[in-house]
Ligand binder design. Structure first.
Ligand code: SAJ
Length: 423
């Protein structure tokens, strides 16, 4: 039984599963957050996160995790893990305020000899150049230990979770790396790879997610190119996927949302710029992905025109606000850009997302389908029930498929105008 006490700072989709794992692995576990309502709910065994397994764990571990909003409790912890957001500002610059605020709180309540690990996604140099100086008079490697181990949570993924996803770890010094490695090795049943520098660890995470962003951009550009040539992008991606090596499928869509993929490349772009390098490729990929909501709205314009209607005054339904299927997270979701653009064109908008009813203006799919044009933005599983017969029955005249989710031929055969991404 490990008598060490761990404090998880930030109890969102990253921190909460980690707190449960620490408790399950026998650590005395504290969950700290600045959000009073969140702490109050967790004390009652309630979480707004839709992960069903997590909901059960929160209930089962209610006696094993101490939830608190009092920063003084951090002083009792031997290990402090920071899992707070690292978003971007409206002009796409890194926003480290939540992280810096968390570190300042921790520094004022730190137990001597404690290990501090940053899990939030940060750009290379953040740990040593920005976070380390915040500990001012404390000696790293003696008074405390500082390391980085980026989170790799994939919300909604039923196979890969915090207990079995391999991790990379690195500290400000070798002893820091060792302490962090030993902790993660004690809770995760997967490889924990020690890197030679904390910068390499910071670079790993931003590279992973930039890799995904540029590959999505590549598919978005190909979709628009193949459309001109009358080639079905979906068929070609599926065909390329038969190659058992050196190809990883990504899919075109109406935009790239979430707290990671559209954010992390900007962390790399900004840091590189400060270091004297311009990431032309990363920036171009961001421009392409950020252009997809406009591309999608143009499909709405063209689709309604084909039935002699303009966007102005037409009833247009947005299906999906969340940034990806079967989650409720709306951060950076392309839905909101699409809604903004359609509002400017005078559309009469119906908005429905079964996972985000508080931002919807109808509460059922049935109500949502009473419209001239449907725009699928998020491919929630519930939308699989939308057949071409149902669309015909509801007299939907146009379907814009922002995720190439539907069978376009079946919809066209019903006399409904169908347009997709690259289609
Ligand atoms: N998207 C596309 N085309 C694709 C894949 C995604 O347009 O081929 C869009 C999605 O619709 C969504 C956005 O990109 O709007 C992000 O989708 P995502 O599947 O990457 O979802 P995330 O943001 O939850 O990504 C997480 C990331 N995990 C971490 O950062 C720790 C990412 O590293 C993972 O690669 C990703 O899950 C995953 O593999 O599912």
């Amino acid at each position: 039984m490990n008598l060490k006490k761990v404090c998880i700072v930030g109890l969102g989709y990253v921190g909460l599963p980690l707190a449960c794992l620490c408790a399950e692995k026998g650590y005395l576990t504290i969950g700290y957050d600045i959000n009073a309502n969140l702490i109050s709910d967790l004390k009652k065994g309630i979480t707004i996160l839709e992960d069903a397994e997590l909901k059960v764990k929160i209930q089962n571990l209610a006696e094993k995790i101490i939830y608190s909003q009092d920063p003084e409790i951090i002083h009792t912890a031997d290990i402090v893990i920071i899992c707070v957001p690292t978003p971007i500002t409206s002009d796409h610059k890194p926003n480290l305020d939540p992280l810096i605020n968390a570190v300042n709180t921790i520094k004022s309540n730190l137990k001597t000899g404690a290990l501090v690990v940053l899990e939030s996604t940060i750009f290379p140099g953040t740990t040593e150049d920005i976070i380390l100086p915040l500990f001012d008079n404390l000696i790293c490697g003696e008074d405390y230990f500082l390391a980085h181990c980026p989170e790799r949570i994939d919300p909604g993924n039923l196979k890969w979770n915090v207990s079995n996803i391999p991790r990379v770890v690195g500290g400000v010094s070798e002893i820091c790396t060792t302490h962090a490695f030993n902790f993660y090795n004690s809770i995760i049943d997967a490889e924990i790879l020690k890197l030679n520098s904390v910068k390499a660890v910071e670079a790993t995470k931003v590279m992973e997610n930039s890799f995904r962003d540029i590959n999505i951009a590549f598919m978005n550009e190909l979709a628009m190119s193949f459309e001109k040539m009358g080639i079905d992008i979906t068929e070609v991606i599926k065909a390329a996927s038969t190659k058992p090596f050196s190809f990883m499928p990504h899919w075109p869509g109406c935009g790239v949302g979430g707290h990671c993929i559209p954010v992390d490349p900007y962390y790399l772009i900004e840091k590189a710029k400060q270091s004297g390098f311009e990431h032309k490729f990363l920036k171009l990929a961001r421009q392409i992905n950020n252009s997809m909501p406009n591309y999608t709205v143009q499909k709405v314009v063209d689709g309604l025109n084909e039935i002699g209607k303009s966007v102005k005054g037409s009833k247009v339904t947005i299906l999906g606000l969340a940034y990806k299927p079967d989650v409720s997270d709306i951060r950076e979701s392309p839905s909101f850009k699409i809604i903004e653009l359609l509002k400017k064109k005078g559309a009469n908008l119906i908005i429905y997302d079964p996972f985000v009813l508080d931002h919807s203006n109808v509460l059922t799919l049935d109500e949502a389908l009473h419209c001239d044009c449907v725009v699928l933005v998020t491919s929630h599983s519930q939308f699989k029930t939308i057949s071409s017969d149902l669309l015909k029955q509801k007299d939907v005249r146009v379907l814009i498929d922002g995720r190439n989710f539907f069978n376009g031929k079946e919809i066209i055969d019903q006399g409904i105008v169908y347009k997709g991404i690259g289609k």
